[in-house]
Design a protein around this ligand. Structure first.
Ligand code: GAF
Length: 396
């Protein structure tokens, strides 16, 4: 058995050796560093529902961020990003920019209610960044888990996910929902996570049968902070305001809106806000039917929910792009694929496909043969193995 049990052992090793290269033997030469490992995620159904108090159905993938950490004798954080060969240093209250902002934001939130020591950190990742696979949340959760461990305190997985969610919103300025941080924090292998973003209740959904996951990364990178993501948040709020006044009811978010109510009051909304609302309202229904179908082993039905989700994200929510649409089309016409959709914030990034287990290898090869011609020169496809949420890796 390897240290992680998965093919992310290389990131663990790179984080460990990066720590030594960047900071020498450190103040605690004979103490093993703490290493935290956090996965990326795909979302089977439930796009842009989370900040509308809605439902989603993510699954962790075996691409990971590893963070190796050791305490320092002062209160500064020094962090080495092995993938960029860059080091950032900050003290409490400093606001670094770029990738270091995620680290500083998490440490800042955790320091509000616990004694987080100064630390040297090294980060290594094989989650493609800007690919809609939650590389940011994986950094946040891995840093958070390692820092909590160094502090010798205890924090539940849910509270760690919430701390990281606040860090992304307040420290980085993305008005995201809880999907990514909960998926990275709470997923378990061989199940999907059915998450209610209003109550924050979740359920590990068993998958009744042999299916695999393929990711098609379009190679078109997106940054949520610079995309239309926050505009979509505003548009949903505008739809809620219009529906609240049209219905004269206490609608708090699009989660409170049934499809027939939306249709009855469609004229009260301008066309853009109506279509944004229609996506969210119907997407919540697709999550429920996708979850039920997964449990029943009715994978054609899961696939149909995924394809309908993609169409809705493309036409009503307008967060897809030509490369994502081409990747969904390519996957959907590949034998053995039940369904496919964009995953993540959109405007670039990746597509997730659900594939019959015995067809996975063939489907991967057949998509690989076509992907650069049909999707784009930097597009890639890879199969994902089951993975679990953030955890501490113990030395062998
Ligand atoms: C991004 C966000 F970070 C999530 O909160 C979620 O809204 C997702 O886009 C779309 O479902 O990953």
């Amino acid at each position: 058995m390897t240290a992680t049990g998965q093919h992310s052992d290389d990131v663990v090793e790179r984080a460990r050796s990066g720590l030594r290269e960047a900071f020498g033997d450190g103040p605690h030469e004979h103490v093993d560093p703490v290493v935290a490992l956090a996965p990326g995620r795909v979302n089977l159904v439930g796009g842009h529902t989370d900040y509308n108090d809605g439902l989603c159905l993510p699954k962790a993938i075996d691409r990971h961020v590893a963070v190796a950490a050791e305490p320092r004798e002062d209160d500064r954080i020094r962090v080495y990003a092995t993938d960029f060969d860059e080091t950032a240093t900050f003290a409490p209250g400093d606001g670094p920019t770029g990738w270091a902002a995620y680290v500083a934001a998490v440490v800042g939130v955790l320091r509000e209610d616990r004694a987080i020591p100064g630390a040297n950190l090294a980060i290594a990742s094989n989650v493609p960044s800007g690919a809609g696979l939650s590389s940011s949340a994986a950094i946040e959760l891995a840093v958070g888990k390692a820092m909590v461990e160094l502090s010798g305190t205890v924090l539940s997985k849910t509270d760690l996910a919430l701390a990281c969610w606040r860090a992304e919103r307040e420290g980085v300025g993305v008005e995201c929902g809880i999907l990514d941080q909960f998926a990275v924090g709470l997923c378990k292998p061989d199940t999907a996570l059915f998450l209610d973003c209003r109550t924050r209740a979740f359920e590990h959904v068993p998958i009744a049968g042999d299916v695999g996951i393929l990711v098609v990364d379009t190679g078109v990178s997106h940054e949520l902070a610079d995309s239309g993501y926050n505009d979509r948040v505003r548009e949903c709020e505008a739809a809620v305001t219009a529906l609240r006044s049209a219905t004269e009811t206490e609608i708090r978010s699009l989660r409170d809106v049934e499809e027939d109510v939306l249709e009855t009051h469609a004229d009260a909304l301008d066309d853009v806000h109506y279509r944004r609302a229609r996506h969210v309202v119907t997407e919540n229904e697709r999550v429920v039917s996708g979850r039920d179908a997964l449990v029943a082993g009715e994978f054609d039905r899961v696939g149909a929910a995924m394809l309908a989700s993609h169409e809705s994200l493309r036409d009503d929510y307008e967060v897809s792009c030509a490369e994502l649409d081409a990747a969904v089309e390519l996957a959907a016409e590949t034998p053995g694929v039940y369904g496919a959709r964009m995953t993540g914030g959109g405007f670039g990034g990746s597509v997730v496909a659900l594939v019959a287990g015995d067809a996975l290898e063939r489907a991967e090869q057949s998509i690989r043969a076509e992907v650069s011609g049909q999707v784009g020169p930097n597009a890639q496809v890879f199969a994902c193995r089951p993975s679990e949420g953030v955890r501490i890796v113990t030395p062998e």
